[in-house]
Ligand binder design. Sequence first.
Ligand code: FES
Length: 160
Amino acid sequence: MKEHKPEVLELKSAYPATPKKLFEPLIVCFACNYCTYAGADYAGTARIQYPPNVIVIRHMCSGRYDPLEFLEALRLGADFVWHAGCHPGDCHFLTGNYKASRRFALLKKLCEQLGFNPERLILEWVSAAEGDRFASIVRKLLQKYEEIGPSPMKNFKEEL
Ligand code: FES
C-alpha cells in the first residue's frame, strides 16, 4: 500500500518567511471544498471584513484531513489550527465530517500531551452560506490570541 504523504511543501510555502512576521497571529484553517472553502470565498465576494491572519488550506472533504498536516502547522508556528468543514449531516461525502471530528478529538489529546495548549486547536463548522460566520470566527480567534499569546514554537524558532 502506498503511504500517504501530507502536503508539507505546500504548507511551508504558505507560511511567513521573515522573522518580523513571526509574531503576527497566524491561523491555519483546514477547509473542505464544498462548505467552508466556499464560505470563506463568500466572505470575500460579499466584502465581509475580517483580519488577513488566516491561511485556508482546501481539501475535498474534512474526512481527507491528515492529522500530520495539523501537527506540521503547529510545528511551523501556527497559533491556531482550525478544523472546519460542512455542518454535521451536510457532508457531501455523507460521513467524512463525522470521521474527521472523531480523529480531531484524538489529535487534540495528543497535542495536549505534546505540550500545546488545546485551545490552539479548534473545530468550527462553516457552511457555504456562512461568510459572516467565517469572518466572526477569525475575529474570535484573534481575541483568543490576546489571551493565550503566541505559539511556543515561535519562541523556539527565534532561538534558532
Ligand atoms: S464535504 Fe464538507 S466535510 Fe465532507
